[in-house]
Design a protein around this ligand. Sequence first.
Ligand code: NAP
Length: 239
Amino acid sequence: MSDLKGKNVVVAGGTSGIGFGIAKLAAEAGANVWALGRTQKYIDQAKQELGEKVTFLSADIHDADALKKIFEQVGTIDHLVGNATGANRTIAPFMEQTAEQFQEAFGKFWGYTNLVRTGVPFMTKEGSVTLVSGTPARKCRPGMSSISCVGNAVEGLCRAIAPEIAPIRINTVAPGTIDTTMHSWMGQAKDERLHAMTADQAIKRPGTPEEVAGAVIYLMTADYVTGTNIDVDGGQLLP
Ligand SMILES: NC(=O)c1ccc[n+]([C@@H]2O[C@H](COP(=O)([O-])OP(=O)(O)OC[C@H]3O[C@@H](n4cnc5c(N)ncnc54)[C@H](OP(=O)(O)O)[C@@H]3O)[C@@H](O)[C@H]2O)c1
């Protein structure tokens, strides 16, 4: 396995939650890290916590020109991570969603395709791409059909293009229920609801961003692993 010392790592969607965890672990492993997001408030908070070790920049994963400018600054990318949620998702039964709501969730997939298409020309051939998918790709709860389809699309993209972009490697990591800002809409009930959502798993608690980030770091350094997925979900996929 290679190490991350002196490597250039870009995390799209790296200003909070899982992406922030990835940026932090990569920086601690000695990498030069660029972490991207859209919201200035998140960027400022992230800079306060980790600004000396990570370069936080504003960019939308859908904006190829903005990404290209940043990649030109980076120079050569060793490891590229797609983690940005990238779009609003509607949690509702399929038959109760409009076509527009269902399609909007695919903003995550289109963001990832844009990231890979724009980023790969800047990458070293020993490098890796990791895309963050999600457990719903293989275990769909009621109301989560669009999220499930997007996860399947992300994991399918990984398997489809792994032979095409080789020797650059590409893999996915599928988190289960992870305690991040993504669930902030639950307000004060967040802890209780995340524990209820994970009560029937083998490991009966939500995961942490660092627990998912660890799998992403592994994939960056695992020179013989491509076209596959790691589930980090406390056993949510078990029957
Ligand atoms: N948390 C979970 O339980 C869970 C479960 C399964 C899968 N996931 C997946 O894990 C990934 C990370 O989620 P998280 O829970 O860490 O969420 P989070 O805390 O909300 O972090 C999402 C990050 O992506 C950035 N982002 C969103 N849209 C973007 C865009 N269009 N362009 C650039 N950056 C963008 C956000 O910043 P801005 O909004 O400021 O741009 C933020 O930095 C997502 O792909 C999510 O679908 C999470």
